[in-house]
Design a protein around this ligand. Structure first.
Ligand SMILES: NC(=O)c1ccc[n+]([C@@H]2O[C@H](COP(=O)([O-])OP(=O)(O)OC[C@H]3O[C@@H](n4cnc5c(N)ncnc54)[C@H](OP(=O)(O)O)[C@@H]3O)[C@@H](O)[C@H]2O)c1
Length: 252
């Protein structure tokens, strides 16, 4: 990770879970990390926690469903640190919204965050890299094992559709970068079940189910996924880690 010290990363959805864990690792490796989410207080607490580490944190409140807020975030990063060298599209969400009974509002929310925001951030990050002649930048999309295989879990079927999109969009990004003869890399990191707040947001009225899924067997922690991101990022510039799947040994 030495070559990334002093460089700028954006981590979306860093107020919790995998995004917060990854931010801690990147800042300890000396990166300047712009972090975004809706809960600014949590981002500021993360910045305060990491004071004294080699890197730095720039908290930015941003609702990724709103393009104007995303564009303002990129402008703030440009003004503060010059631009983005690494973009980790980590923010993601799910609602229990099966295909035959879910609400259109829930589906739209999932698509806006998991798919559209990821595309807007990727476009703006690559634009920022190109403006500054950065040819070794990196786009990292936090996907899911559900982005590769459709199991029979109705609460997750729409989520699977959004994550299959992430698989296609990551390859599409690689294709377009290759077309430009760019060496900017794009990676997909696909976790299985991770003990974060995400599951409780899918099942807000079923805490016992969430507890059972998280604690009935050994599950991955956010740090385990952050380590997979660090692996992709720290590969030498001529190596493109295309896909990393990490799942718990006891996942179903
Ligand atoms: N946990 C798992 O089992 C699992 C498995 C496979 C893949 N993943 C993927 O891993 C990624 C991270 O998930 P996690 O488990 O760490 O989830 P998490 O703990 O629920 O964190 C989600 C993050 O996304 C942010 N976010 C959600 N909606 C947002 C919006 N509209 N605007 C800005 N930020 C928003 C949240 O911040 P605010 O609420 O403060 O806005 C939070 O920081 C997601 O892409 C998820 O699909 C997770």
């Amino acid at each position: 990770m030495e070559r990334w010290a002093g460089r700028v990363a954006l981590v979306t959805g860093a107020s919790a879970g995998i995004g917060a864990a990854l931010t801690r690792k990147l800042v300890k490796d000396g990166m300047k990390v712009a972090v975004c989410a809706r809960r600014l207080d949590r981002l500021e607490a993360l910045r305060d926690e990491l004071k004294g580490e080699p890197g730095a944190v720039l908290p930015i409140q941003c609702d990724l469903r709103k393009e104007d807020e995303i564009l303002a975030m990129f402008e703030k990063i440009k003004v503060t640190w010059g631009g983005v060298d690494v973009c980790v599209n980590n923010a993601g969400m799910n609602r229990n919204a099966p295909l035959l009974s879910g609400s259109t509002d829930d589906w739209r929310h999932i698509i806006d965050v998991n798919v559209l925001a990821l595309c807007i951030c990727t476009r703006e990050a690559v634009k920022s890299m190109q403006e500054r002649g950065v040819d070794d930048g990196h786009i990292i999309n936090i996907n899911s094992t559900l982005g590769h295989k459709v199991g029979n879990f109705p609460a997750f079927h729409f989520l699977m559709g959004s994550k299959f999109s992430v698989t296609a969009l990551t390859q599409g990004t690689r294709n377009e970068l290759k077309g430009l003869k760019s060496h900017i890399r794009a990676s997909s990191i696909s976790p299985g079940i991770v003990k974060t707040e995400a599951l409780a947001l899918s099942f807000p009225d079923q805490p016992e189910l969430v507890k059972h899924i998280h604690y009935s067997t050994k599950r991955m922690e956010a740090d385990d996924v952050a380590d997979a991101v660090i692996y992709a990022l720290s590969a030498p510039p001529h190596v493109q880690v295309e896909e990393v799947t990490v799942a718990g040994t006891e996942d179903e």
